[in-house]
Design a protein around this ligand. Structure first.
Ligand code: MLT
Ligand code: MN
Ligand code: ZN
Length: 309
């Protein structure tokens, strides 16, 4: 199974268009130790020809251009795409806006939780993806679902499971408990290669590594995990926004409740942070935060990174 990190940044990317934080200034200036990052998405293939996208970011056009595997091949028909399916972990703008890049009457399948399918259906702009060409397939919880798209069996299964998280920002109900969040608003995905049984996990948004999630990830071969923030109050401290990580539905890396501590006893063989916000000090390869995550056995995801499993 081949996995390519299309975008390792969080919403806004790195640098973010309107951000002049220390990290964004440094990457804009081309400072050593800082790499630009596009927004959150992975691509997966069992056969190297047909690809499943995990989330569709607003940077998808640029991400496709950077990955030769994702464009039509020389001898393909006049309309063709190796992208046969897209699975969504939530309805956040950074994970669904790229669907609009996949218009132009090309067949593919969308896999998502019922709540996310309903959110797409409620927004008429997404009807540009004609339902007869682009079926929306509900992911059942905890039942491996074979991935098919444009008449092709991708040789992959998706096992979706709810993780602690939050409803999409634009759907928040300020008066409801936890802003109206309900099961299915934030999914983790296990992607299973049918021929080999090998699998990996993709959890780009997660508010807490609770006991069920920890049990599920124990001894996993590979996990891509929410690397939004290093510290709970990092965006407040930098004067960027008045929200903590918890309020945004993202567990931080550091601290007793952070992902570094939570993963330490889990025996995950390879763990890679993705969905890294531009405020996160790990984006500076010379920072102590970067050294800390490396010492804990983590990799800081980069755009274009390829992993074979
Ligand atoms: C998030 O990850 O919290 C969201 O992408 C925020 C947003 O919608 O901008
Ligand atoms: Mn996001
Ligand atoms: Zn910034």
């Amino acid at each position: 199974m081949r996995i390519r990190v299309l975008g390792s940044g969080a919403g806004g990317g790195f640098p973010q268009w309107n951000c002049n934080c220390a990290n964004c200034r440094a990457v804009r200036a081309g400072a050593p130790g800082f790499l630009p990052r596009t927004q959150s998405s992975l691509a997966v293939s069992a056969n190297g020809d047909d690809w499943l996208l995990l989330n569709a970011s607003p940077d998808l056009r640029e991400q496709i251009a950077a990955a030769p595997e994702l464009s039509p091949r020389r001898d393909d028909p006049v309309r063709a795409s190796p992208i046969k399916a897209v699975a969504l972990t939530n309805g956040d703008v950074d994970h669904v806006a790229g669907l609009l890049n996949l218009r132009e009457a090309q067949p593919f399948s969308i896999y998502a939780a019922r709540r996310v399918i309903d959110a797409l259906a409620a927004n008429p702009i997404f009807s540009i993806l004609q339902p007869q060409l682009v079926p929306h397939i509900e992911l059942p919880m905890d039942a491996p679902t074979p991935v098919n798209g444009a008449g092709v069996d991708l040789g992959l299964k998706l096992r979706a499971f709810p993780v602690p998280g939050k409803i999409a920002l634009y759907l928040e109900d300020k008066n409801a408990p936890n802003f109206g969040t309900s099961v299915g608003d934030t999914l983790g995905l296990e992607i299973i290669e049918m021929a080999t049984g090998k699998s990996f996990f993709y959890v780009p948004g997660c508010a807490q590594v609770d006991a069920p999630l920890a049990a599920r990830l124990r001894n996993a071969a590979l996990v891509f995990f929410d690397g939004t923030l290093f510290e709970e109050e990092e965006m407040i401290k930098q004067g960027l926004m008045g929200k903590t990580g918890s309020r945004m539905g993202h567990v931080n890396m550091s601290g007793d409740d952070g992902s570094l501590a939570a993963f330490a006893p889990l025996g995950v063989k390879r763990k890679i942070y993705v969905h890294i916000n531009n405020s996160n000090p790990v984006l500076d390869e010379h920072s102590s935060a970067y050294a800390t995550v490396q010492a804990a056995g983590w990799e800081v995801g980069e755009d274009g990174m390829e992993v074979s499993l």
